[in-house]
Design a protein around this ligand. Structure first.
Ligand SMILES: [Zn+2]
Length: 133
């Protein structure tokens, strides 16, 4: 006798399954579903349905290559957001330095605080600029 799990795994064979992007889509679907309970506009409900349909479409897709490429893209964006967030946090905690962007190449330059107007030389492109610290 083959159980439900067996049947399920045979049906899922060759399909993409779940990943981080799908978990986000499911979470968004649930959030919009909850909003739709409290808000009388049906648009929230439909947005939830769209997220859910998209998540199921990805889960059952046989084009695993394309789906994992989407997930990789999603992970790259989130890791970039995480690093931007971490950088901002570190800087706001750093009371002894000021951060300036080089007008030449955009490189971030860290200089000690409270030195008045000083000339800064960019370590990357050697451009000099004056900033108040
Ligand atoms: Zn520079």
């Amino acid at each position: 006798m083959s159980g439900f799990r067996d049947k399920m795994s045979r049906w899922m064979y060759g399909r993409y399954g779940n990943d981080q992007l799908n978990r986000l889509l499911m979470a968004l679907a649930i959030i919009f579903l909850i909003i739709s309970i409290f808000v009388k506009y049906p648009v929230f409900y439909w947005i939830a349905v769209i997220f859910l349909v998209f998540a199921y479409f990805r889960m059952l897709s046989r084009n695993t290559y394309k789906r994992s490429a989407e997930n990789t893209k999603y992970l790259r964006i989130t890791s970039r957001l995480h690093s931007i967030f971490a950088k901002g946090k570190k800087r706001s905690r750093d009371r002894e330095h000021r951060y300036f962007k080089c007008p030449g190449c955009g490189q971030t330059v860290r200089v000690p605080r409270g030195r008045g107007k000083i000339q800064i030389t960019c370590p990357k492109c050697r451009r000099e600029f004056i900033r108040k610290t």
